[in-house]
Design a protein around this ligand. Structure first.
Ligand SMILES: Cc1ncc(COP(=O)(O)O)c(C=O)c1O
Ligand SMILES: N[C@H](C=O)CCC(=O)O
Length: 427
């Protein structure tokens, strides 16, 4: 069984041959490989080729793939059944863990994906404020519900459909968009529409137009604006939650949002999302209150077990310091390689998350990110892949490190980068 054979079979039955657009290699060229197994920092494809993996299942695998403690927790949970349709003890432990680690969340509701979490959070914002408009940022991605597929990042940006066909105009009109890291633009928008805005949702570190950290004072400024205008500040921490720090970006930057959304890491690799926040808001969710939201498999016992095992591992002393130091080793190393090869290149990083850009500029906005040389990125991507390093197959996705990535893995990555940078430059 080869990657090519599987992709040909998949193309006949799955749109684009994949179950999520970013997995297809459409923008970088070529065909995706099919993973047979994963362990630690590595993926192996069905042909037996090994890759050092900087995608990490798009963020969740912060302790590496197939970590024994996560796997054993899942195995133990599976023995007791796969899904109950009644409350189970692990949901309560998960809620206790999340609300302890994320102090802005007094209460939490578990769901099955990041999309469900953000979609539910804005319903709550609208229901609680009695207002209809929401604000999001160009290049930020909050899952694929209608309100968010407006100037969206991730695959929507990669494939040139930031505002998707199929989103009714009436829906899109309620979504106001802003440039990321531009506080003046936000002030002007609130001055005009403030009394109609239910909530502002932001990736506190943008990760779906590649990785762009917030500028100093930016998140604080948004917090003040929302408070002043009676709009809810929603941190979408589906990617940044437990990725940039224990407790997420809100812990790192010391900002208290009204609502937060989580996913990825808190599911340990299983399909999980969560939204939570102030008690007076969360008590408006059914059946405590009138705002409806439900899920047949929500709080699934196996998913809770995986997530809890993961959350235990990231609480080990020094976990985030070590992860951040390794990420720095990688990005500094890549910068040195690029400089040595005379390739225009810059990097961003926060905790275990990083961005690579083929430009001399330090990237701090959507405009900078989209102006970087995507063709160069594509050639670099192919060179790295050829030499056994898997980066996200798009110039508009962040990269992720895990605690399983060793100094040797990073050294091997830099060796591959020496060749790939030359390919990128060659054109
Ligand atoms: C910041 C952010 N929010 C929401 C989502 C949606 O999550 P999911 O793909 O689990 O629906 C993602 C990733 O896809 C994300 O990166
Ligand atoms: N950028 C997306 C989420 O973070 C990637 C995951 C996906 O859409 O499949």
């Amino acid at each position: 069984m080869t990657n090519h054979d599987l992709f040909q079979r998949a193309l006949k039955l799955l749109p684009g041959g994949v179950n999520s657009p970013v997995r297809a290699f459409k923008s970088v060229g070529g065909e995706p490989f099919f993973t047979a197994r994963a362990d630690g920092a590595y993926l192996w494809d069905v042909e037996g080729k090994r890759y050092i993996d900087y995608v990490g299942s798009w963020g969740p695998m912060i302790v590496g793939h197939n970590h024994p403690k996560v796997r054993e927790a899942v195995e133990r949970a599976v023995r007791d059944g796969l899904s109950f349709g009644t409350p189970c003890p692990a949901e309560v432990v998960m809620a206790e863990t999340l609300t302890r680690l994320v102090p802005s969340m007094d209460m939490v509701r578990m769901v099955n994906s990041g999309t469900e979490a953000t979609m539910s959070a804005i319903r709550l914002a609208r229901g609680a404020t009695g207002r209809n408009k929401i604000v999001k940022f160009e290049g930020c991605y909050h899952g694929h519900s209608d309100s968010f597929l407006v100037k969206a990042g991730s695959g929507a940006l990669t494939f040139g459909v930031p505002t998707s066909p199929g989103v009714p105009a009436a829906n899109a009109d309620l979504t106001l968009t802003l440039p990321y890291n531009d506080l003046q633009a936000a002030q002007a928008l609130f001055a005009e529409h403030g009394r109609d805005i239910a909530g502002l949702i932001i990736e506190p570190v943008a990760g779906n137009m590649n990785c762009i950290p917030p500028q100093q004072g930016y998140l604080e400024g948004l917090r003040e604006l929302c408070t002043h205008h009676g709009a809810l500040l929603i941190f979408d921490e589906v990617m940044t939650g437990f990725r940039v720090a224990l407790g997420g970006a809100q812990a790192l930057y010391g900002i208290e949002p009204d609502l937060s959304t989580f996913g990825k890491i808190i599911g340990g690799g299983m399909p999980v999302g969560a939204y939570g926040g102030r008690r007076d808001l969360m008590e408006q969710i059914a059946p405590a209150g009138p705002i409806y939201q439900a899920g047949t498999l929500s709080g699934n016992p196996v998913a809770m077990a995986a997530g809890l095992a993961m959350l235990e591992l990231v609480q080990e002393p020094g976990f985030y310091d070590t992860l951040a130091a390794r990420t720095r080793l990688l990005t500094d190393g890549l910068q040195a390689v690029a400089d040595g090869e005379g390739v225009p290149f810059s990097t961003n990083r926060v905790g275990g998350m990083f961005g690579l850009f083929f430009t001399h500029e330090k990237v701090s906005s959507y405009a900078h990110a989209t102006a970087a040389d995507a063709a160069m990125f594509n050639r670099f991507f192919q060179g790295m892949l050829e030499h056994g390093v898997f980066l996200a197959p798009s110039a508009f996705e962040a990269g992720f490190l895990s605690s399983a990535h060793s100094d040797e893995d990073i050294a091997a990555t830099l060796d591959a980068a020496r060749i790939a940078m030359r390919l990128a430059r060659a054109g």
